[in-house]
Design a binder for this molecule. Structure first.
Ligand code: NOJ
Length: 567
C-alpha cells in the first residue's frame, strides 16, 4: 500500500538512490501516515533550548523507524515568533533559530533518502508585521498600492478613533489595530483576524495572488511534496467589511469565513501543484458544515482537508461512528480520501482529553476543559485504543509529535513562561496552546531529556515535566506495552497491509458502545468503548495487534481495540 515508488528518472527533489521519486507514487497521500513536526519542540541541535533543523536531521532515522510516510513541518520560515512561526516575515527562507535554507534542502534530501516525503506549512491569510510588504505599506500613504495588499481602512467616529467594524480577533480583542502615519498623525486601521502582529493579506490584490503562486513554486522546486494551507477558509473577505453577527454561519454571506470566492484561489493553486506530479495540497479548514467542506476537495481544488470533527469528537462510540460516517459520506462523491487526526499543536493532547469526564474538545472552551481533573491512566488506555481505531480507518492519518510517546498536555506551565498569544490576549482566561508544545523527551532521567545536547546553553523554551523520564524515546523503545511500540507496530502493519489506508470499509453489527468494521475483507477492527468486556468473534489467534491485554478468558476489555485477521 505505502510502498515507495521504484527508483525512476531523476526529478526535482529526488534523492537519487533511495527509491524516492517525486513524480511517481502520485496518490501516496491517499493512505499516508503523516507526522506533524513542530520544529521548536522536536529536537535542539544547537543547544539554545529551541528545536532546529540540525535536530531534525539527527532524528530522521527515528521517524523512519517509526514508519511514517511524510512529515508536515509547522512553519519554519523567518518569524518574530509572535504566534510561534505563524507570523512569517519571509516565505522563501528559514528562521535563523532553526537553521538555513541549505539545512532545509538537506532535511528534504535526507528525508527523501529515508523514503519520507515533506509537507510544509504555508500561511496565506496573514503575514508578520515585520514582512517587508507590511513595512512598505506603513510607509506608504492611504490608498496606495502598497496598502492595498493588506486591509487598511479609516476608523469610525469623529476622528477615526473607532475600529472600522466590530470584527474580533480569533485570539481575543478587536481584529483591528490603528497605525501612526509616517507624518506622526494617528492614522488608518489594519485588519488582523489573529494577533496584531499578523496583518491579513488582501486576496483581491493581484500582487498577493501572484506572490503565493510563486511561493508554492519555490518550495515545490526545492523538493517539497506538499503544502498544508493554514486557516484556509479565511482568506477572502467581504470588501464592504460589514459588521459581523456573532452567530453568523460560515459561507457566502459571512464576511470572512468560507466565502465562495476562496475557491478560485485554490483552483489556481491546484493548477500550480499539478505542474509538479505527486504534490499535494492540504487545507486547514475549521468549518462545521460538512457539505461546504466537501467543496474544498472537489475536482480541481485541494487534495485533502483536515478532519476536525473527528479530532473534537468525544470518546463515545455513537458519536464517533456518526463523525466517521459523515466524513466518508462527504468525501465519497468527490473521490477524495478522508484524513484522521487525534491531536495537533492547537488542541489539548489526547491522553489528557480522554482522561477527563468530558472527552470532547473545542478551541473556544479550553478553560472549561482544563477545569476537569485528569485520569492519565484512563486517558492513556483510551488513546491507545483510539490510535488503532484511527489507523484502521480509510484514508490518511496524522500523528502529532509526542502522540506516539503518550505525552500529556502540560496544564501547569507557570504563567510567566507561557508564550501563546491566546493566553496574553485573553488576559489568561484561555490557557492557550503551550501545554501541547512542550519539547519532546528523548532520553535520560531529567530535563532536557536529550532534547538539547549536553552542554546546552539554555533550558528548553518551555519546561518539561520531570515525570516524562518514563516517556522518553529511550525509555519506551523496546518496552513491551509502551505507546511508542504500539505506534511502531501499528504503523508497520498499516504499511504492509493492503486492506488498510485508502479503500472500502464496512460496519459490522455490534453491541452498544462498540465500533466494529471490516477493511477489504482481510482485516477487522473492533474498539470496545462500552463499560463491559466483550467477546471477540474469532479465536484469539486471529489478533494481529491489541491496544491492551485481553482478559484471561480472551475478552476485549473496556477502552481497548484490536485488529483481527479475517482471511
Ligand atoms: C492555525 C494554526 O494551526 C495556528 O497555530 C495559528 O495560530 C493560526 N492558524 C494563525 O496562523
Amino acid at each position: 500500500m505505502h510502498e515507495l515508488p521504484a527508483a525512476g528518472p531523476s526529478a526535482t527533489g529526488d534523492s537519487g538512490d533511495s527509491g524516492y521519486s517525486a513524480d511517481s507514487g502520485d496518490s501516496w497521500w491517499r493512505s499516508a501516515a503523516i507526522y506533524q513536526l513542530y520544529v521548536r519542540s522536536f529536537a535542539d541541535g544547537s543547544g539554545d533550548g529551541v528545536g532546529d533543523l540540525a535536530g531534525v536531521r539527527a532524528r530522521l532515522p527515528y521517524l523512519a523507524e517509526l514508519g511514517v510516510d511524510a512529515i508536515w513541518f509547522n512553519p519554519w520560515y523567518p518569524s518574530p515568533m509572535s504566534d510561534a512561526g505563524y507570523d512569517i516575515s519571509d516565505y522563501r527562507n528559514i528562521e535563523p533559530a532553526f537553521g538555513t535554507l541549505a539545512d532545509a534542502d538537506a532535511v528534504i534530501r535526507e528525508a527523501h533518502g529515508h523514503g519520507i516525503r515533506i509537507i510544509i506549512d504555508v500561511v496565506p491569510n496573514h503575514a508578520s508585521d515585520q514582512h517587508p510588504w507590511f513595512a512598505e505599506a506603513l510607509a506608504a500613504p492611504p490608498g496606495s498600492a502598497a496598502r492595498d495588499r493588506f486591509w487598511f481602512r479609516p476608523g469610525r467616529g469623529a476622528s477615526g478613533e473607532l475600529p472600522p467594524n466590530n470584527w474580533q480577533s480569533i485570539f481575543g480583542g478587536p481584529a483591528w489595530t490603528r497605525i501612526t502615519e509616517p507624518d506622526g498623525a494617528p492614522g488608518e486601521w489594519y485588519l488582523h483576524l489573529f494577533a496584531p502582529e499578523q496583518p491579513d493579506f488582501n486576496w483581491a490584490s493581484a500582487d498577493v495572488r501572484g506572490e503565493f503562486e510563486d511561493v508554492l513554486r519555490f518550495w515545490f522546486e526545492r523538493g517539497a511534496d506538499g503544502i498544508r494551507i493554514d486557516s484556509a477558509a479565511l482568506l477572502t473577505k467581504d470588501p464592504g467589511l460589514p459588521d459581523v453577527d456573532a452567530d453568523a454561519a460560515p459561507g457566502p454571506s459571512h464576511p470572512y469565513t468560507d466565502r465562495d470566492d476562496v475557491h478560485e484561489i485554490y483552483r489556481s493553486w491546484r493548477a500550480v501543484a499539478d505542474e509538479y506530479p505527486g504534490r499535494v495540497l492540504i487545507g486547514e479548514i475549521w468549518i462545521p458544515d460538512t457539505g461546504r467542506l466537501a467543496r474544498y476537495v472537489g475536482p480541481g481544488e485541494l487534495h485533502t482537508v483536515f478532519n476536525f470533527p473527528y479530532l473534537s469528537c468525544p470518546w463515545d462510540a455513537k458519536q464517533l461512528r456518526e463523525v466517521i460516517d459523515n466524513t466518508l459520506a462527504l468525501h465519497a462523491p468527490v473521490a477524495a480520501p478522508a484524513t484522521w487526526v487525534l491531536s495537533n499543536h492547537d488542541v489539548d493532547r489526547i491522553v489528557t482529553r480522554y482522561g477527563r469526564a468530558d472527552t470532547a474538545f473545542s478551541l473556544h472552551q479550553r478553560a472549561y476543559f482544563h477545569s476537569f481533573p485528569v485520569d492519565l491512566q484512563l486517558g492513556t488506555r483510551r488513546a491507545r485504543a483510539a490510535a488503532l481505531l484511527t489507523m484502521a480507518l480509510p484514508g490518511g492519518v496524522y500523528i502529532y509529535q509526542g502522540e506516539e510517546l503518550g505525552l500529556w498536555e502540560v496544564q501547569d506551565i507557570p504563567d510567566e513562561l507561557r508564550q501563546d498569544p491566546i493566553w496574553r490576549r485573553t488576559g489568561g482566561a484561555d490557557p492557550g496552546r503551550d501545554g501541547s508544545r512542550v519539547p519532546l523527551p528523548w532520553s535520560g532521567n531529567e530535563p532536557p531529556f536529550g532534547f538539547s545536547p549536553a552542554g546546552a546553553t539554555s533550558a528548553p523554551w518551555l519546561p518539561q515535566p520531570k515525570e516524562w523520564r518514563d516517556l522518553t524515546v529511550t525509555a519506551e523503545a523496546g518496552r513491551p506495552g509502551s505507546m511508542l511500540e504500539l505506534y511502531r507496530a501499528a504503523l508497520r502493519i498499516r504499511r504492509l497491509e493492503p486492506a488498510l489506508g485508502d479503500g472500502p470499509m464496512s460496519w459490522l453489527p455490534s453491541a452498544d458502545g462498540v465500533l466494529a468494521f471490516d477493511r477489504g475483507g482481510r482485516l477487522r477492527c473492533i474498539a470496545n468503548l462500552s463499560a463491559a468486556p466483550i467477546a471477540l468473534p474469532r479465536p484469539r489467534a486471529d489478533v494481529i495487534i491489541a491496544s491492551g491485554p485481553l482478559t484471561g478468558d480472551g475478552l476485549l476489555p473496556t477502552d481497548t481495540a484490536v485488529w483481527l485477521r479475517t482471511s
